[in-house]
Design a binder for this molecule. Structure first.
Ligand SMILES: *[C@@H]1O[C@H](CO)[C@@H](O)[C@H](O)[C@H]1NC(C)=O
Ligand SMILES: *[C@@H]1O[C@H](CO)[C@@H](O)[C@H](O)[C@H]1NC(C)=O
Ligand SMILES: *[C@@H]1O[C@H](CO)[C@@H](O)[C@H](O)[C@H]1NC(C)=O
Ligand SMILES: *[C@@H]1O[C@H](CO)[C@@H](O)[C@H](O)[C@H]1NC(C)=O
Ligand SMILES: *[C@@H]1O[C@H](CO)[C@@H](O)[C@H](O)[C@H]1NC(C)=O
Length: 424
C-alpha cells in the first residue's frame, strides 16, 4: 500500500517535470570515448521528448595564434561533457553578455531520437546578422524535431573582423567565418549518426547573411560533398559579391542560374505580415519575418510573438513544406495545401505565401524590379568602370525605391565581406 502511494507520487512528479515523457537526459557517445549529456525539452502541449545538446564544440577554440586562421579539428575528450548549458555567442558589437567569448565554435543539436539506426534527415541552420552579429541560440529546432522528425542543428561561426578580416596572407587568409561553417558541416557529417541522423541527408539552410553563406557554399568547391540540399531564405552570394568586387566580372552568376536549371529548385515569396508586427498596417512582411514560421515559434516557449490560430496553421504548413523538402527533395506531400511547382527559368513559377497566410501559385515575380537587376544595374556597373567615381550609398534618397534599398544592404555587407569572391 505504502509503495503504491509512493508510485503514484512519483508518476505525478514525472508528469509535472516532463508532461509524462522521458525525463532523464540522454548521453550520446561519439568516437568511442567522447560523451555528451544533453537535456530533454518539449514543444508546447507535446509529450514527445526532444533531446537537446547545446554548445557542442566542433573545432579547436580559435584563440591566440589561431585567431584569424581557418579552424582546426576539435580535440576529442574522454568521458562525459555537459551539453545542457547555454551556447556561447561569438564576439560582436552592441552586445554585452557573459556568454560572449572567442571560444565560440559550437553547434546546438535538436533531435527526436538518439537511435543510431534512425537515419533522420538533417537541417543545418546558419544564422543571419550581416556577418557581424547573431548566434546559434537565437534559432531552435524543437518544433521541427517534434512535428517533422527532422534533426535541427544551429551553428555558431566567427563574425565581423574575427570572421572576415583578410590580409591576403597566411596571417589572416580571410573568410574564417565561412571556413568555420565548413568545419561545422564536416563535424555533422562525421558525427551525427549516434544522434539519429543520416550523414547523407543534410540540408544547409540560412536567412539573410546565413542565406548568402548557403549560396556561397552551393557555388564553392570547398564544401562540395558536405551537404545534399540547400534552403536560402533572403540572400544570395551573387548579390553580395557583385558589390564586393564591382570591377570583376562574375561568371558565378551564370553558374547559379545553371544550378537552378539543373537541380530541382523551388521558389517562394513570403508576404504575410505577422499579427504581432509593429510596422504600419499597410506594410507587408519584412526581412526575417518568415523565420518564426519556418522554425515553428507558435509551438515553442522560446517563441517571441503571440500568434493567431491562423498563424499556427500557417507555421505548421510551412514547416511541412520545408521538412518534405529536407527529407525528399520535394516540398510537396498529400497534406500540403497546394502543389508547389518547380522553378524554371522560363516560367519562373513560385509559391506565394499571401498576406492572409493563404498559398497561391504565381509566376514571374515583380517583372519591373527584376528588369532593374537584369538590365539597369549592370549598366550602372559599366558606368562605374568607365568613371572612377564611387557609388553613393545614400539611404535618404528614396527616389530610387527598391533598387537603392538593395544597394544599401550591399554596402553594409561590403564592409565585412572582404573577400567572398575567393570562396567561390
Ligand atoms: C550542466 O550545466 C548546467 C548549466 O550550466 C548546470 O546547471 C548543470 O548543473 C550541469 N550539470 C552537471 C552534471 O554538471
Ligand atoms: C542498428 O543496425 C545494425 C545493423 O542492422 C544492428 O546490428 C544494430 O543492432 C542496430 N542498433 C540498434 C541500436 O538498433
Ligand atoms: C593577394 O595575393 C596574391 C598573391 O599572393 C595576389 O596575386 C593577389 O592579387 C592579392 N589580392 C589582392 C586583393 O590584393
Ligand atoms: C496548448 O493547450 C492549451 C489548452 O488546450 C491551448 O489553449 C493552447 O492553444 C495550446 N497551445 C498550442 C501551441 O497548441
Ligand atoms: C562621370 O561621372 C560624373 C558624375 O559623377 C558625370 O557627371 C560624368 O558625366 C561621368 N563621365 C563619364 C565619361 O561618364
Amino acid at each position: 500500500m505504502g509503495s503504491s502511494v509512493l508510485r503514484i507520487g512519483c508518476s505525478f512528479i514525472l508528469c509535472c517535470l516532463g508532461l509524462g515523457g522521458q525525463t532523464t537526459a540522454s548521453i550520446v557517445t561519439i568516437r568511442g570515448t567522447s560523451q555528451l549529456r544533453g537535456t530533454i525539452e518539449y514543444a508546447i502541449n507535446s509529450t514527445k521528448p526532444i533531446q537537446v545538446f547545446r554548445a557542442v564544440p566542433y573545432a579547436k577554440p580559435p584563440v591566440d595564434a589561431m585567431r584569424f586562421k581557418a579552424p582546426e579539428d576539435v580535440e576529442w575528450w574522454n568521458g562525459e561533457r555537459n551539453a545542457s548549458g547555454a551556447s556561447p555567442i561569438c564576439p560582436q558589437q552592441g552586445m554585452s553578455s557573459p556568454l560572449m567569448k572567442e571560444d565560440c565554435l559550437t553547434l546546438d543539436i535538436y533531435t527526436p531520437t538518439i537511435d543510431v539506426n534512425a537515419s533522420l534527415a538533417i537541417q543545418i541552420w546558419i544564422h543571419g546578422g550581416a556577418f557581424k552579429d547573431g548566434s546559434s541560440s537565437e534559432f531552435q529546432g524543437i518544433a521541427m524535431a517534434t512535428y517533422e522528425n527532422v534533426i535541427f542543428i544551429s551553428i555558431n561561426y566567427r563574425l565581423g573582423i574575427l570572421g572576415f578580416l583578410t590580409s591576403n596572407s597566411s596571417e589572416a587568409p580571410g573568410n574564417q567565418g565561412l571556413w568555420d561553417q565548413r568545419q561545422a558541416f564536416m563535424w555533422v557529417k562525421e558525427n551525427i549518426k549516434p544522434f539519429g541522423g543520416d550523414p547523407n541527408k543534410i540540408t544547409i539552410s540560412g536567412e539573410s547573411a546565413g542565406s548568402i553563406a548557403v549560396s556561397a557554399h552551393i557555388l564553392s568547391p570547398k564544401t562540395e560533398g558536405l551537404f545534399e540540399q540547400a534552403i536560402s531564405q533572403s540572400g544570395t552570394a551573387t548579390a553580395a559579391a557583385r558589390v564586393s568586387l564591382m570591377k570583376q566580372e562574375l561568371p558565378k552568376t551564370q553558374l547559379l542560374a545553371q544550378t537552378i536549371e539543373v537541380a530541382p529548385t523551388f521558389m517562394y515569396r513570403f508576404a504575410h505580415r505577422p499579427s504581432s508586427s509593429t510596422r504600419q498596417q499597410w506594410a507587408s512582411a519584412g526581412h526575417a519575418d518568415e523565420i518564426q514560421y519556418t522554425q515553428g515559434d507558435p509551438f515553442v516557449n522560446h517563441g517571441s510573438g503571440s500568434y493567431t490560430e491562423n498563424e499556427k496553421i500557417l507555421s505548421g504548413q510551412i514547416m511541412r513544406y520545408w521538412a518534405n523538402f529536407i527529407k525528399s527533395g520535394s516540398p510537396n506531400s498529400e497534406d500540403t495545401p497546394l502543389q508547389w511547382s518547380r522553378f524554371d527559368c522560363k516560367e519562373k513559377g513560385y509559391l506565394n505565401i499571401e498576406q492572409d497566410g493563404k498559398f497561391t501559385s504565381q509566376k514571374d515575380y515583380n517583372v519591373d524590379r527584376m528588369f532593374a537587376w537584369a538590365e539597369t544595374i549592370p549598366k550602372l556597373d559599366s558606368f562605374r568602370k568607365n568613371n572612377q567615381t564611387t557609388w553613393k550609398c545614400d539611404s535618404t534618397d528614396t527616389s530610387r525605391g527598391a533598387t537603392l534599398f538593395s544597394f544599401n544592404i550591399q554596402c553594409v555587407l561590403l564592409m565585412v565581406l572582404v573577400d567572398l569572391i575567393s570562396w567561390l
